[in-house]
Ligand binder design. Sequence first.
Ligand SMILES: *Cc1c(COP(=O)(O)O)cnc(C)c1O
Length: 400
Amino acid sequence: MIPIAKPLLGEAEANAAYDAVLSGWVSQGPKVAEFEAAFSRLTGAPHACAVSNCTTALHLALLAVDVGPGDEVITVSHSFIAGANTIRQCGATPVFIDIEAGGYNMDPALIAAAVTPRSRAILCVHQIGMPCDMPAIMRIARAHGLAVVEDAACAAGSQIRMDGAWRQIGYPIGDVACFSFHPRKVLTTGEGGMLTTARADLDAKFRLWRQHGMSVSDRQRHASASVIFEDYPVRGYNYRMTDIQAAIGIEQLARLPQIIAQRRRLADRYHQALEAMSGVTRPAEPDWASSNWQSYAVALAPGLDQRQLMQSMLDRGVATRRGIMNMHQEEAQMDLPRRFALPRSEQARDQTILLPLYAQMTDDEQDEVLAALDDGLAAQFHGSRPRADVLSREPVQSHS
Ligand SMILES: *Cc1c(COP(=O)(O)O)cnc(C)c1O
C-alpha cells in the first residue's frame, strides 16, 4: 500500500521526546523557546510563537489584527475548513472569493470587488505549499487598509522571490503567517502550530493569549529567585505547545533542507512523467515560487471520472485524495451569504486528484503510482487510448 503521505520521523525525534520527558519539563518551557528561535532563524521573521496547532494560530492571528464581530474577512472557500471556522470564532464573516485559473490559490484580481466598509482583513492560503502571489495581495491590502494573515499551514520550507531575493514563507510579508505541524504537513510535531511576524506588538499578544492571558509564564516563575504573583490583564486561551512536541520540532527543522530537496526531486519526476500522459495536467509553479510540494495536485481533463480513477488506483494499492475541499460546499458553512460564484474552486475540488508524495518515497514506489495512474486513465479511455510512450506530446493544457 502506498499512502498519500508519511511523516519523516526517526531516532532523532524519538530520542528528543525521550530526553524531554526525562528532563522533567514537559509543558511549554525551554524546548518551546528553542524551537521558536530555530523557526525564527529559518524564516527570517523577528518573532516566532509556538502554539498547539495551526487552527489556534489562525484564531490568535485574526484576533491580533482586530478581526471582531461584524467584520468581514476576504478569503478562499477552496481550503481547509479551519479558515472559515476561526474567522467565525472571532464573530466575523468569511467572504469567499474564487481561486486563480490554472492554480489553487486566491485570485488577487477578485479581491477588490469583495471589499466593503466592513472588510477588516485578507486571509490568504499558500495552498498545498504553493506560495500565493503576495506582492499583488499586499498592494490591494494596502490600498484598502486591510490586514493580511497568511495561512501557511502547508508551506514550511516553501519560498517566494520578492524584490529579487528568495524568502522562506514565514518571512514577514503579511502581518502574520500561521504554520501547522500536523502529520499531513511537511514537518510534524504530532499536533503543533507557529505564528511568525515582524510586529512585536502582535507577538506580545500571542504570548499572553496562548497561556490564559497570564502575565508571567511558568518558566519565568520557576526561574525567579523572588516570589512572583501572576495576574490576568486580559482574557486568554490555553493554546500552548508542549516541550515534548517542541523537542521533536527542533529535530524536524534540522531535517527540513533534506526533506524539501527530496520532495522537489520527486515532484520533478512527476512533472516529467505527466508531460507524456494525456488526460492529466501537472501543477504549475510560477518562476517566483518554490513549492515544498506538500501535496502534488493533478488536474483531470473534462469527462474523466475522478472517483473511478481514484478507486482504480486504490484497488492497486495506491492512495490518492480528491482536490482540496471547498468550505462553501460543506453543511457547516452553508448558512453564509453567497456573495460570489466560485466555479474554479468547484472544478478544482472535483477535477483534481492529489498523488502520494513523501520524502522517503522510493523511485519504485513513485513509478508504481504513475503506472496505476496511467492504467486508470487508460481504463477510462475504454482501451482506445494510445500508450503514453507513443504519444508525442499531446497538447497539454497550459497552466499559466
Ligand atoms: C492543515 C491545515 C490547517 C489546520 O492545521 P491544524 O494544525 O491541523 O490545526 C489550516 N489551514 C490549512 C490550509 C491546512 O492545510
